[in-house]
Design a protein around this ligand. Sequence first.
Ligand SMILES: C[S@@+](CC[C@H](N)C(=O)[O-])C[C@H]1O[C@@H](n2cnc3c(N)ncnc32)[C@H](O)[C@@H]1O
Length: 343
Amino acid sequence: MDGQKPAMVAETPPPIAMLRLISGFWISRCIYVAAKLGIADLLKDEPKTADELAAATDTDAPSLFRLMRALASVGVFSHDADNRFAITPVSETLRTDIRGSLRAFAMTELGEEHYPAWGELLHSVRTGEIAFDRAFGVDIWGFFAKNPNNAKIFNDAMSGVTAQANEAILSKYEFAGISTLLDVGGGHGGLITSILQRHPGMRGILFDAPPVIEGAKAPVEASGVGDRCQLEAGNFFESVPSGADAIILKWIIHDWNDECVTILKNCHRALPENGKLILVEAVVPAGNEPHFSKFIDLNMLVMTGGRERTEEEFRSLYEASGFRLTRVVATESPFSVIEGVRV
Ligand SMILES: C[S@@+](CC[C@H](N)C(=O)[O-])C[C@H]1O[C@@H](n2cnc3c(N)ncnc32)[C@H](O)[C@@H]1O
């Protein structure tokens, strides 16, 4: 590409840079254990020793000490001279009780389903096949249907990341002018309810698979906009509800390869002429810069067979489904808003 070294390795001697990169997953797995044990919640009011944390989490104190010392060395916690560990701004994000918590995201991405699938990355690279399916003998959506606890953590993870991104999306993209907005694959409704809260005249439809919609009832009601947000369950490969003048899909299209054209054509069928199609996705930049999209792209390769796309790839996708891409709005999160119109 442009020949510049990415910042991660620019100023570091090559063997040290490589050792850091190789050991990256050690840090990830330590974060998983801290998230699973709820360490950030235990430290939210005051620092604690490893013995106190071990008593509260039913773990081995010397081993937990080593985990905490390692995490403190990279800034996830802090470690004082009296051997007490404290929360830091980075580990605040792992608290359960904050808006936009990343605890469930750490648990789902680094725990029981994504992590074993990443163990089969070589299989995906060799064959183009989905590593998750090889590791588990079922696809991810079938796995979640059979494992409601894992599905709940995944849905909570999506809500947490969505809450993180909502502000960035809402501050850069103007939703005013839409009468009824349909959120296809909207999970537990974090995005559509935030948009409805900002736009009191707007109505919303939240659409997802039946068990997810069941789980969305309480959070949508609690958001205070339940009277303007209709809940609909179904399969977006068959159809999506009609009656909206704009459709939003956040983090849906990246789950799928070329078959996503079927989802977009179903959106086309449900929209009036000039209806808006709004995708929220991480757009892969053309150059060699570090970007969240480049590794989440591999997450899609191993988990669902999906992919992240460049602006040009989105443009082709829109054309193949009967839309014209009108603009791409970058936000301060890794997500961009990709707007199109039904032709
Ligand atoms: C990556 S999550 C994104 C959730 C949400 N839009 C967000 O960004 O937080 C993908 C969503 O697609 C839903 N989904 C997957 N297959 C579906 C199908 N065939 N019909 C309807 N929804 C589906 C999942 O249940 C899940 O909520």
